[in-house]
Ligand binder design. Structure first.
Ligand code: ADP
Ligand code: MG
Length: 243
């Protein structure tokens, strides 16, 4: 199996606070990995280290066999391989839906306006938002905004999609529409690393579940292994609290 991202001995501290400790795991091509754990366990920091929004304190992040923490590595190029979806959408509020999905393609990937628009439209259709190309983010519901944010990330044709609690900021009635889009992406063979508190979703879509606690990966395995028959006490405790 081809490893797309491999994390080796990753550490991250903020001052004297060790937030990630010797984190090791990988994401294979086409795999859907869900990262679960209590608030404050370091899940967001791990995603932010993977896309270099944070600088790791130690360890390696290997993308398709190359350590991207090497000084020579082209970080800008590496980042184009990752699509990121945040809890708070982070759309450009002054741009309409279409432009939200084309600016990155034009600026970063140097695509023509026409090519970028065609690609954006393709992914807006995927998420069911192609009817809203001219709408501004303020005219959309939370679920619609998040679907646009997913289309925007997909339009960059990334190798891996990273999701950080994409449904946590949504009203309950909008969670389903976003999870449905993500389920379709998972079925479509996208490589995805998803931080989520939606245990039912994690059980259904994941190839692998990784449980983190206090900056350490405690347990990982199939959804059955981790969510139904967890080995570790800390995993059992966490699941008891969430379900
Ligand atoms: P999670 O996403 O699992 O809730 P986070 O990765 O956001 O956890 O946070 C893990 C720990 O790191 C928390 O104790 C948090 O306060 C701390 N932390 C995160 N970002 C920073 C930062 N920029 N500066 C200092 N501490 C941080
Ligand atoms: Mg978080």
């Amino acid at each position: 199996m081809e490893k797309v991202i491999e994390i080796k001995h990753l550490n991250k501290s903020f001052g004297s606070h060790e937030v990630l400790r010797d984190v090791n795991f990988s994401v294979n091509k086409g795999e859907v990995v869900c990262l679960i754990g209590s608030s404050g366990s370091g899940k967001s920091t791990l995603l932010r280290c993977i896309n270099l929004l944070e600088t790791p304190s130690g360890g390696e992040i290997i993308y398709k066999g190359e350590n991207i923490l090497d000084d020579q590595h082209d970080i800008k190029k590496y980042r184009t391989h990752l699509g990121m979806v945040f809890q708070q959408f982070n759309l450009f509020n002054n741009h309409n839906v279409l432009k939200n999905c084309t600016v990155g393609q034009q600026k970063v990937l140097k695509r023509s306006k026409e090519e970028a628009a065609a690609n954006a439209l393709k992914y807006l259709k995927t998420v069911g938002m192609d009817q809203y190309v001219n709408a501004k983010p303020r005219q959309l519901s939370g679920g619609q905004k998040q679907r646009v944010a997913i289309a925007r990330a997909l339009a960059m044709d990334p190798e891996v999609m990273l999701f950080d609690e994409p449904t946590s900021a949504l009203d309950p009635e909008m969670v389903g529409e976003v999870l449905k889009v993500m389920r379709n992406l998972a079925d479509g063979g996208h490589t995805m690393l998803i931080v989520t508190h939606e245990m039912e979703f994690a059980r259904e879509v994941s190839d692998r579940v990784v449980f983190m606690d206090k900056g350490v990966i405690v347990e990982e395995g199939s959804p059955e292994q981790v969510l139904v028959n967890p080995k570790h006490e800390r995993t059992k405790e966490f699941l008891k609290r969430t379900i």
